[in-house]
Design a protein around this ligand. Structure first.
Ligand code: TYM
Length: 339
């Protein structure tokens, strides 16, 4: 009989810059919603961040700031495991083991690698190329069954399923589950405020393209006021926004923030222009984000407390992952070692 894997959530965010509204709506807020319903493990993936250059002092700051964002958004260390990837050696170790299972051809199909490498694929780090194998290890070191992510990470979670299936097949086992991407809600792909065809991203050179979780009320209102839109009034349903990516994006952001469906929202705003919609969106965004930013700032006033929470989280994570990786080593034929 096939093994039944205990439901468990794992997800991660790179501390490679300040977190954005995209990270919040597409991931973080949903991490909080899952808490208490199922076992939840959340990770600040610093080993992923260093696949591109990170200024060491900035990386340390951003890792603590991302932890503060998790806590401020409502992640409770008593209910979820919250930790830093590099504190738990199982990730790097299983990452290597799975990079011997994954195939080069699979990596070559990863659209995020192609986007990030651009024309310069020969000059990027080897780590950037192998990144999806490390991500598979993050998930499989906990034998997680569900992975809440934004739309852009779907392909990586699907690759994790392929790697798990090949491992199970090659070694004649059902050791690893086939983790499912969980992509839900109106904001699975929040777009840039300057260009509705591009994802909102912490690495976009234009700060006006995104709302950062560290932005104050004035900055949020100003970015929304200046967001690119068109001159037409809003239609009564999403169908009417098919060819208006910027308008669609703002409507999706509003709906995600207010918890309405985009169609219900449009039924309220039908016929109105952005002169009315944008101030309403700015007020809503500020009312949701301001308390989070305030709490983040308070938490950042006591970095030692953040470190303490992260170290306690790492101990819990290690206690789960280390025996799983030891068993995977044994399945692969390594002699049992000291751990
Ligand atoms: P990262 O750090 O780019 O993003 C973290 C999470 O935020 C989501 N996200 C968005 N959602 C909606 N709209 C956007 N504009 C937007 N931008 C980002 C992402 O989909 C993601 O869920 N490789 C991952 C980190 C990772 C990971 C993992 C995730 C490493 N190991 C294991 C899950 C499980 C990444 O770079 O996410």
């Amino acid at each position: 009989m096939a093994r039944v894997h205990t439901p468990r959530i794992f997800s991660g965010i790179q501390p490679s810059g300040g977190l954005t509204l995209g990270n919040y709506l597409g991931a973080l807020r949903r991490f909080v919603e899952k808490q208490g319903q199922i076992e939840t493990i959340y990770c600040l993936v610093d080993l992923h961040a260093i696949t591109v250059w990170q200024e060491p002092e900035r990386l340390r700051h951003q890792t603590r700031e991302a932890a503060a964002a998790f806590l401020a958004a409502g992640i409770d260390p008593a209910q979820s495991v919250l930790f830093v990837q590099s504190h738990v050696p199982a990730h790097a170790e299983l990452g290597w083991m799975l990079s011997c299972v994954a195939r080069v051809g699979w990596m070559n199909r990863m659209t995020q690698f192609k986007d990030k490498a651009g024309k310069n694929a020969e000059a990027v780090s080897l780590g950037l190329y192998a990144y999806p194998a490390l991500m598979a290890a993050d998930i499989l070191a906990y034998r997680a069954t569900h992975v809440p992510v934004g739309e852009d990470q779907k392909q990586h979670v699907e690759l994790t399923r392929d790697i798990a299936a090949k491992f199970n097949h090659d070694y004649g086992t059902d050791f690893f589950p086939s983790p499912e991407p969980v992509i839900e809600g109106a904001a699975t792909r929040v777009m840039s405020l300057r260009d509705g065809t591009k994802k909102m991203s912490k690495s976009d050179p234009s700060d006006a393209s995104r709302i950062n979780l560290t932005d104050d009320a004035d900055a949020i209102a100003q970015k929304i006021r200046k967001a690119r839109t068109d001159a037409d009034p809003l239609p009564g349903s999403m169908e009417g926004l098919k060819d208006r990516p910027e308008a669609r994006n703002l409507v999706n952001i509003y709906a995600a923030l207010s918890g309405e469906t985009p169609d219900a929202l449009l039924a309220r705003f039908e016929g109105q222009g952005f002169g009315t919609f944008k101030p309403a969106l700015a007020d809503l965004a500020v009312s949701v984000l301001e308390p989070i930013t305030r709490r983040m700032n308070e938490l950042m006033g006591d970095p030692a407390e953040i470190d303490r929470i992260l170290l306690a989280g790492a101990e819990k994570a290690d206690a789960i992952a280390s025996p799983i990786v030891a068993e995977a080593r044994e399945i692969m034929g390594m002699i049992r070692g000291p751990r």
